[in-house]
Write a protein that binds this ligand. Sequence first.
Ligand code: ADP
Ligand code: AMP
Length: 213
Amino acid sequence: MKIIMLGAPGAGKGTQARMISEKYGIPQISTGDIFRANIRNETELGKKAKSYMDQGLLVPDELTLDLVVDRLAQDDCAGGYILDGFPRTIPQAEALTGALKEQNTKIDFAIDVEVPDDNIVQRMSGRRACPKCGATYHIRYNPPQQDGICDGCGAELIQREDDKAETVQKRLTVYHSQTQPLIEYYKEQGCMHSVDGTRTMEEVFGDICALLG
Ligand code: ADP
Ligand code: AMP
């Protein structure tokens, strides 16, 4: 099963992708997580990506495409995967369609997690992330058992640099202009589905499971 999570930054893509990954036993591939790991490890890619991410801009397609195509070629992707945060532009979607076509396959489900912009800023300001295992929490809606500490691996949680209010606004503008057109693209491919992302995490997950079967 090959799944794409679409939706604004902070809509809950990562939260749902993690739950889908556990239930269906397929890997979650988050380009944001891959870039952040590169930043932590101070790689060349990390240095380049950081300058865009800090401004709320997308990392250019030429730095993103090969990375994803290489990742999808790894053994653990043979039974399917959930793409979380990719594609984010029409050229990325076209490149993905092309790469899948070469393997005689295609995306099964593109899922748009719909959340209005007004809710997003509140979601983002309360988001806390584990820099070690990538788990995501919310200080109000999904708090860790112990304040500031990851339930899964015990690392200290951080607030992402790009979750500051000004950067969130920029990311929303970028989302509407560059990523939202993908909804039309995947409608044309016949695999587009939407869920109401304003419901609780469990309710949203229930709606997604009903779709996936
Ligand atoms: P994305 O991957 O789309 O950027 P996340 O999954 O990181 O978004 O979610 C953004 C923030 O909102 C996180 O703090 C997360 O815990 C919280 N969140 C996710 N889903 C919900 C929900 N259904 N209701 C309330 N808060 C949520
Ligand atoms: P995310 O963790 O998905 O919110 O992504 C954080 C940031 O990483 C984004 O704001 C972009 O700067 C960058 N990024 C993640 N995925 C992509 C992508 N597919 N294309 C371009 N930039 C990306």
